[in-house]
Design a protein around this ligand. Structure first.
Ligand code: ZN
Ligand code: MG
Ligand code: ZN
Length: 501
């Protein structure tokens, strides 16, 4: 990465405009230390989770379920902070650069896993933990080979190379892999026709494909792949009866296997589809994935209470959307109606579109919104949805960025009455990631009065390292060096928008 000579030669001045020179790596920020060691580490990532998502789930739990979220209980009593999320070359990160910051402790360009833009590989934290004798587990609601889990164990220039990442998982040899992504393991769908399931089984893994197989298995090492792509949203698992394990059930299967390790373990749990629901502006799907994460969190908290040599680190990688509950009515007295109006939602847009197919008519659309979202669409709104689904475009504005046609489905059911909402008064301005700081929380013995403050996402790496006594430094790249590399390779890394990053 010695490009300073080239840089002196003449980097276009405009290319330096993204961040103040040097600020990506060096901005003065709080660097809290734990002051103690742990045997086990659990990192729970809420992908694409904003404080607006938090507020809606908190209100739904209190108002509709008469309870307090485990997350609320922890935030109110244990060390809580904020995380700056920007990547090396953008104030808006995507999940692999954010995952790299956590896992490798350095900023990278969006799109690669544990790697710099010039191909310099980085050592991900779970690889170092494995060398130190820790058992390793990855549990997610996305494809198990997706960016957030993958960035903790393997290096790859392309986060979308999930068939290759599945092979890298085999070589890496973690004790537990649970999530979706059958198409990257199955010989009929892999380009090279390799049967990854058979190869994992040869290495001693119990390979499970259904919730029943998961709960029955007594294999000490597990590969569980439960859906073709990402697991269905919790709202569809719960109300539409789609047969996959919940995040909690997967965590339940992972913990005893990892806890059997003599030298402790590291586990990443990911509530990975909060991000996807937010890309689609699907408030009901976001809500239920946050509630499912809370059930898994409850289990993790109980584990930490029983195994006080365990640190639980909870973090979001960036916000997505962002869908906020907006004020309504005189003195905002009608605002909370938006929470109540989420209750009749019984399916995600993803499921609704599966049911509707590629060319539904307006009546089918109206019936689907009534049954699955609890919203009575006007004829005109239903026609717009029909057109959006058939043409896969955003209509009527035609300029909105995001994931289509789903963002139009969200637009069609937006509440139109600012005085008295009859639809959820949750608004979105985009289906993209944002630059806002996000949640960080620690749960473990001896930490209660630690002040985390505002930290950089790379500081998560240092906290993990301190927790387990594993310290090393990955090579640092400057923003200028990265921009120079990208300029020389204009095809660069794929735009995050292509992949629901
Ligand atoms: Zn993400
Ligand atoms: Mg993710
Ligand atoms: Zn995303």
């Amino acid at each position: 990465m010695k490009r300073r000579d080239i840089l002196k030669g003449g980097l276009a001045a405009g290319a330096l405009a993204l961040l103040p020179r040097g600020m990506a790596q060096g901005a003065p920020q709080n660097q809290p230390a734990l002051g103690r060691r742990y045997r086990n580490l659990i990192v729970f990532v809420y992908d694409g989770f904003s404080w607006e998502d938090y507020a809606i789930a908190q209100a739904f739990a209190r108002r509709r379920q008469g309870r307090v979220l485990t997350l609320e209980r922890l935030l109110s009593r244990y060390p809580t902070g904020l995380v700056n999320t920007y990547s090396l070359t953008s104030y808006v990160t995507e999940s692999s650069a954010a995952g790299n910051a956590f896992s490798c402790g350095v900023k990278t360009v969006n799109g690669g896993l544990a790697i710099h833009a010039d191909g310099t590989p980085l050592k991900p934290f779970f690889a170092a933990a494995k060398e130190a004798g820790k058992a390793v587990g990855l549990v997610t609601t996305t494809t198990v080979t997706h960016a957030t889990p993958a960035s903790f164990v393997v290096s790859n220039p392309d986060r979308n190379a999930e068939e290759r990442i599945a092979e890298q998982y085999l070589e890496f040899g973690a004790e537990v892999y649970l999530g979706g992504g059958d198409r990257f393991f199955h010989p009929e769908t892999r380009k090279d026709k390799k049967d990854l399931y058979a190869l994992f089984a040869q290495r001693g893994y119990g390979v499970v494909r259904t919730p029943e197989e998961l709960s029955r298995s007594n294999a000490s090492k597990l590969l569980g792949v439960f859906w073709d792509s990402h697991l269905p949203y919790e709202i569809d698992r719960r109300f539409q009866g789609l047969k996959v394990p919940s995040l909690k059930e997967m965590v339940q299967a992972a913990l005893p296997r990892l806890a059997a390790s003599r030298q402790g373990f590291v586990l990443q749990v990911e509530a990975g589809r909060i991000d996807h629901a937010n890309h689609l502006n699907d408030a009901g799907a976001t809500l239920w994935d946050v509630l499912a994460a809370d059930e898994a969190l409850d289990l993790l908290v109980a584990f930490v209470d029983q195994h006080p040599d365990t640190l639980l680190l909870l973090v979001s990688d960036h916000a997505t959307g962002v869908g906020g509950l907006y004020g309504a009515g005189r003195s905002y007295l009608e605002s909370s109606a938006g929470i109540d109006l989420l209750e009749p939602q019984r399916a995600s847009f993803e499921h609704m579109r599966r049911v509707l197919g590629n060319s539904p008519d307006a009546n089918q659309v109206k019936e689907a919104f009534r049954a699955m979202k609890g919203v009575a669409l006007q004829d005109q709104e239903a026609e717009i949805v029909v057109r959006a689904i058939r043409e896969k475009v955003y209509w009527p504005e035609g300029v909105r960025h995001g994931v289509q046609p789903d963002n139009t489905l969200a637009w069609a059911m937006a509440q139109r009455n600012p005085q008295k909402p009859d639809r959820p008064n949750i608004g979105w301005s985009s289906g993209q990631h944002t630059a806002s700081p996000v949640m960080l929380l620690l749960y473990g013995q001896g930490l209660r009065f630690l002040n985390l403050g505002l930290v950089d996402n790379t500081h998560v790496f240092r906290l993990m390292g301190e927790a387990l006594g594993i310290r090393y430094q990955n090579p640092v790249m400057s923003e200028e060096e990265a921009l120079e590399v990208l300029k020389a390779r204009p095809q660069g890394l794929r735009h995050p928008e292509d992949v629901w990053a």
